[in-house]
Design a protein around this ligand. Sequence first.
Ligand SMILES: Nc1ncnc2c1ncn2[C@@H]1O[C@H](COP(=O)(O)OP(=O)(O)O)[C@@H](O)[C@H]1O
Ligand SMILES: [Mg+2]
Length: 394
Amino acid sequence: MIPVTPLSTGRPSILATEISERLNAAIREHLLAAFAPDNTKSLRTFSAPEVAELLGVSGQFMRKVHAEGTVPEPRDIRGGRRYYSAQEIWESRGILEKASRRKGRYLPRRSGDEKLQIWQLMNFKGGSSKSTTTIHLAHYFALRGYRVLLVDLDPQGSLTSMCGISPEIEFDGLTVYDAIRYDAPSPMRDVVRSTYFPGLSIAPSRLILSEFETESAVHSNPDQSFFTRIRNALEQVEDDFDLVLMDSPPQLGFLTIAGMAAATSLIVPLTPSMLDVSSTAQFLELAGAYMEVIEDAGATLQYDHFKFLITRDEPTDIPSQQLASFMRALFQDRVMSATALKSTAISDATMLKQSIYEVVRSEMTRATYDRAKRSMDAVGDEVERMIHQAWGRS
Ligand SMILES: Nc1ncnc2c1ncn2[C@@H]1O[C@H](COP(=O)(O)OP(=O)(O)O)[C@@H](O)[C@H]1O
Ligand SMILES: [Mg+2]
């Protein structure tokens, strides 16, 4: 424990510094405990029914391919039950895909002329569930065999820490900033790191990323326009991924706009409250103005999809339901059909820096877990359909 001594009663500047030091020390200690002993996060195993669902096959089919020896048994078998690591699921996909007549049945990755999907989640309202939605989508797609790259554009790095990299514990690796800075940028390939989650990589963030805001404001070389920086960085690693998911900071600065210029689709998450809806209106007014500036500078912006997602949806709360209906009436299919339900299962999981997909069902109230997972699956499924549409598959 950290010794708790009285805070100073003197000047506010000293008090603020003391509070910050105490908080940082406590956070560091808490995180070290959470990630102990070697600071790495690991992923749970998945039960046979979960794996069958992920692969879109029956339990009987899995038993058959194991018995035939087509797919090796998982290493972890307890009491006659099979438990698969995500790596084993990933490998099973490869084996089944080779044996399958229908291409893409088990490995739905992009091919040929299907272009890299770059989805940005943005809204300048903090707490609109940008980071939570981003990590859930990332896990949804990685578990389904897609190669996913997360780009953390928030200097606060919440996505980065969800990936088991703690900006708070002196993480000194390269960040997105290094790839997009104006002066001697690093290759994006050196910035991207694989994570403990098979199929998921991240271009991490930490506070230094906010330098990009300051530098872009004074930068004047038109050959290095700020809005080309993220796009150029992503082009360097394009071949390694099917889907890029970008989380945004809670403001409409150079980072968010540079993200917008790189994106192929946008999602604006919003919670159904009057305050959020009106701040989203302001956000889009500003975003529209900036998009015009970028286009005037010669870039073309074209989005396959540009959607609202209702987050922290509360089906039993009448005012919020009215507001959700109001949004649907105004914008029709611009509002995604699926919503992310407000759920203690989600908030409890994120407190442990996990998504609902990382939680073991038996460790939660089943009904609560099932509702939350169903809702996140529905959001993932709808995005997956939009991606396939962008690829011209559907
Ligand atoms: N569907 C949800 N159900 C319950 N709590 C949620 C849900 N989505 C987000 N939260 C909580 O709301 C808070 C803010 O979410 P976050 O994703 O960090 O928002 P943003 O990135 O837009 O600032 C977090 O503490 C998170 O646990
Ligand atoms: Mg966030």
